[in-house]
Design a protein around this ligand. Structure first.
Ligand code: ATP
Ligand code: MG
Length: 484
């Protein structure tokens, strides 16, 4: 099979390979995505022979320095024309049981393809003139892409044992591409899942990186459910798998907290690309298993789960090596995720809205988005009613804030100018005039702008000054009479 990668960079690199006698191929994600019709800016080039030497040759030809050279892995990186190109020598790898760092040995094309994680990533596309666009596909990757299936080129047990990170990658590709994981591979994942955290074979950063990528897919529930059903969630995020089997109130008994959470995450992912808001949705009920209590007549209750959930975050952030500067944000959303609910009634005081807005601060919008995503009822009337409630809360908060803004506002004509225009010294009288202007604005007599306020000041100036003068003479008269 031959494809036509219509890409000038690839053509140039191919030509350079012909001139220098190298045999080279594009491999991995670029080829997979080309077949799927997805554009990709990461290009992996496999070189038969010395990959670094070929990279240096290209670097000279393109007149761009290499961005990195990794001698141990016989790879080099070049960024050019918006592409990230990685050159690597074809190799086979053997793993020792306690490390996923392979010992690298040079190899031929097929050997190199066979050590790759999945058949869909193990297709090579020729770049030399005699085979430009030709696919080498010994493991039927092309067919698996058509069939939307994730399969390993060799024995899946050995594949996942050699490098357990591939477990996470399998789920990530399945989730992102909407593919299924082949049954044998899925069984092998179930058997090998504990390797992910055993003996520090895989770093927590890499596991977390894959996990967060799964959370950033269009419909994260697919990947999260795969992690759960394979048992991988137990290993990497046990607090989330503990949500399964926790029943909600009676009327919800068909839907445990885990599946409720998946819907919430999907709901919010339709609205936002904010990873940490998605993460907050994932963990918002995380303390439900720990706070669960059955109360006769009421059913299951989860008192304080929002507070306990917020307090659980720090340990989880540390363990999963999540960025600590996002901790406070996630804590706040978890802690406050029930707060707007009781405000969606009539006769709620302004100060209740003011407190919600003040506590949520800049996160108010995200909080309300989380609240809306948290509505997972299947009854459309209920959904409508709850949605309208939040719209009401939003409206009320905005109204209270608008009022507050007016309350805290200042006369657009400031004290100094009042003193100048009225020939007054600093003192009580300036304040009285200022309040008079502000009152006129609040009463709607004039607009809240400088020109109108100044004109108003000029209008009232004489009257105000003469009333001050009258007051003064009254006072002096009083003082005089009190003396005599
Ligand atoms: P994407 O860039 O979308 O994540 P990709 O398939 O390009 O997908 P990379 O991590 O860029 O993934 O790796 C490039 C190629 O290297 C893969 O397609 C695969 O063939 C191979 N590869 C990467 N990681 C592994 C691994 N852990 N085990 C085996 N092969 C791997
Ligand atoms: Mg890639």
């Amino acid at each position: 099979m031959r494809l036509d990668p219509d890409n000038i960079i690839l053509k140039k690199i191919g030509k350079a390979a012909d001139e220098s006698g190298f045999r080279i191929y594009v491999v991995g994600g670029y080829v997979r995505d080309l077949i799927l019709g997805i554009r990709d800016n990461d290009i992996d080039i496999m070189v038969l022979g010395d990959g670094i030497k070929f990279a240096e040759l290209i670097s000279e030809k393109f007149n761009r320095p290499l961005d990195a050279v990794y001698k141990n892995f016989a790879t080099a990186l070049l960024n050019t024309d918006g592409y990230k190109i990685e050159f690597a020598s074809a190799r086979k790898e053997s793993y020792s049981r306690n490390s996923r760092k392979p010992e690298v040995e040079s190899a031929g094309l097929i050997e190199d393809l066979s050590r790759r994680d999945f058949t869909i990533n193990a297709i090579a596309l020729g770049l030399n003139e005699d085979n430009y666009g030709m696919l080498t596909d010994n493991f039927n990757g092309y067919r698996d892409i058509q069939d939307k299936i994730i399969r390993t080129p060799l024995d899946p047990l050995k594949t996942f044992e050699d490098d357990p990170l591939r477990i996470m990658r399998a789920v990530r590709f399945a989730a992102k591409l909407n593919f299924t994981i082949d049954e044998n591979a899925f069984d092998a994942i179930k058997k090998m899942k504990n390797r992910l955290t055993e003996d520090k074979v895989v770093s927590q950063e890499r596991i977390t990186n894959e996990f967060l990528q799964i959370l950033m897919t269009d419909k994260p529930s697919a990947g999260l459910d795969l992690l759960f059903r394979s048992g991988v969630m137990d290993v990497i995020f046990p607090e989330i798998s503990a949500l399964a089997g926790v029943e909600q109130r009676k009327e919800y008994h068909h839907k445990d907290v885990f599946y409720h959470t998946l819907i919430v995450v999907d709901n919010i992912s339709m609205k936002t690309e904010n990873l940490w808001l998605r993460f907050a949705a994932l963990v918002h009920d995380i303390a439900k298993p720990l706070t669960k209590k059955f109360i006769d007549g009421t059913g299951w209750t989860f008192h304080g789960h929002e507070e306990l959930g917020a307090r659980m975050m720090k340990k989880i952030f540390i363990r999963m090596k999540l960025p600590m500067n996002r901790l406070e944000y996630v804590e706040k959303l978890v802690r406050m995720h029930l707060r707007p609910i009781p405000l969606a009634k009539e006769n709620v005081t302004d100060s209740a809205f003011r407190r919600l807005a003040a506590e949520a601060g800049n996160e108010l919008e995200d909080l309300l988005m989380l609240c809306r995503a948290d509505i997972t009822s299947k009854n459309p009337d209920k959904v409508n009613r709850f949605m309208n409630n939040y719209a009401l809360v939003e409206k009320m908060v905005m109204e209270v804030q608008a009022k507050d803004e007016l309350r805290n506002f200042q006369s657009p004509v400031r004290g100094n100018e009042i003193m100048e225009i009225c020939g007054l010294k600093e003192g009580r009288e300036v304040g009285i005039i200022k309040s008079k202007i502000e009152e006129a604005i609040l009463e709607g007599e004039i607009k809240n702008d400088y020109e109108e306020a100044k004109k108003y000041l000029l209008d009232i100036k004489d009257e105000m000054l003469s009333s001050f003068a009258k007051n003064k003479s009254k006072q002096t008269a009083k003082i005089k009479s009190s003396r005599s």
